[in-house]
Design a protein around this ligand. Structure first.
Ligand code: PLP
Length: 429
């Protein structure tokens, strides 16, 4: 494959945009090489500026669960666009969207729209703090909740219970209110609650993690968190920006049967347009302005084009009884068949999978937290990634990301993917 035009466009982009990208993972820094510049996408395929096509496993990091540029969603956006792009006033469409979500997901009495997952998570912890009148939050190493300051905090060294900024520009003052626990380690959480009694406003978690590769909750971890939060009067926030409407219509809450106090959404909920949302129990959502004293706002929040794209996507999913069953079946086939091929090649690996999320770790141990994810053979993943890319299969450009399977990944695409995996030669350079 040729990448001449992508390479030239990347050089050009770097002149005007920091690193040439508007979100760092797109720059291929983790896997090396030059990112492909995409011209268009349809169904299961991405088409780049050099005329190459790829079977798609990122799907805009989740939103394109129906496949790219779904004709009915496209039509809905066109019809809405005729009526106007943005008003900055209330619209009936916003209530329609909110009602549809509330009617179909657990534990959301009210919901507010924002424009990104970052905003959703940032706002959710502000509401949780306002509601509990407490300041500290607990999050988990390897989970991602967007780039607001409170989340860009890693575990402190040694015996320190408070965190340190993981990004320049985040203050120590902010860091001291964010505590990090190990994913799947309930004792860690018990200890943090004990050391910070009466101070924890919220526990926020990716109920199935997708931002350290796909990592599943084990040994009733979510149920145990639920219990701890209830006992300690802390708000349990499920960050379902990835898992919402992907694992099941009601997300991880429905799949694991665990009730969260608050839920954040993004990605699929916008159908490819910029949308996030946060919702929860009535008494918590009552704290928000204009009713309550927790301020939160957005000029483009509830944007009609974004609402229309999101609502039509959710309605199409809801209409298809076998939607999640089919997605899961195809993902399972990918998992089993890829594992079979890698085993025949004696390439040590672990595949983690839930619903239509999966990832491959080239690692001997099971991966159930960030430490194990980090110990996987990432240089080998990078080789695997580039092998797939060269052969027309587009995987997430990092071993710390989940793959997202869309409904348009069918037998033909799976077959093509397996052919490419068969050609992979182990080389650890
Ligand atoms: C993507 C993501 C976010 C951030 O959403 P943006 O729209 O990129 O701001 C937050 N939480 C999780 C779990 C995510 O996967």
């Amino acid at each position: 494959m040729k990448y001449e035009r992508s390479s030239a466009l990347f050089e050009e982009a770097k002149k005007y945009i920091p690193g040439g990208v508007n979100s760092p993972v797109r720059a291929f820094k983790s896997v090396g090489g030059t990112p492909i510049f995409v011209k268009s996408a349809k169904g299961a395929y991405l088409h780049d500026e050099d005329g190459n096509s790829y079977v798609e496993y990122i799907n805009s990091w989740g939103p394109a669960i129906l496949g790219h540029t779904h004709p009915e969603v496209l039509e809905a956006i066109k019809l809405q666009a005729e009526k106007g792009f943005s008003f900055g006033t209330p619209t009936e469409l916003e209530s329609e969207m909110a009602k549809f979500i509330i009617d179909n997901v657990p534990n959301v009495d009210q919901i507010r729209m924002v424009s990104s997952g970052t905003e959703a998570c940032m706002s959710a912890i502000r509401v949780a703090r306002g509601f509990t009148k407490r300041e500290k939050i607990i999050k988990f190493e390897g989970c991602y909740h967007g780039h607001s300051d409170s989340f860009l905090i890693k575990a402190g060294s040694g015996a320190a219970t408070f965190g340190t900024p993981s990004s320049a520009g985040v203050t120590q003052g902010t860091a001291k209110d964010t505590l990090n626990a190990k994913y799947n380690d309930i004792e860690d959480v018990v200890e943090l609650f004990a050391k910070n009694e009466g101070e924890i406003a919220a526990v926020i978690i990716e109920p199935v993690a997708g931002n350290m590769g796909c990592v599943l909750p084990e040994n009733n971890f979510l149920q145990k968190l639920r219990k701890l939060c209830t006992e300690n009067g802390a708000v349990l926030i499920f960050d379902e920006v990835m898992t919402g409407f992907r694992l099941a219509f009601g997300g991880a809450q429905e799949m694991y049967g665990v009730d969260a106090d608050m839920v954040t959404y993004g990605k699929i909920i916008g159908g490819g347009l910029p949308v996030g949302a946060f919702g929860g129990k009535q008494e918590i959502m009552d704290c928000l302005a204009p009713n309550g004293d927790v301020y939160q706002a957005g000029t483009l929040s509830g944007n009609p084009l974004a609402m229309r794209a999101g609502l039509s996507t959710l309605q199409l999913i809801k209409k298809d009884e076998n939607f999640y069953k089919n997605l899961e079946k195809n993902t399972e086939t990918l998992d089993f068949e890829i594992a079979k091929i890698l085993n025949e090649k004696d390439i040590v690996h672990r595949i983690n999978r839930k619903g239509s999320m999966m990832s491959i770790f080239f690692h001997t141990n099971a991966v159930s937290n960030f430490d194990e994810a980090a110990k996987a053979n990432h240089p080998l993943f990078n080789n695997f990634f580039h092998h797939c890319l060269r052969n027309g299969v587009y995987l997430p450009p990092s071993g710390y990301e989940s793959w997202f399977i869309s409904q348009d990944i069918k037998e033909i695409e799976i077959e093509k993917t397996l052919e490419v995996v068969k050609k992979f030669e182990y080389s650890n350079k």
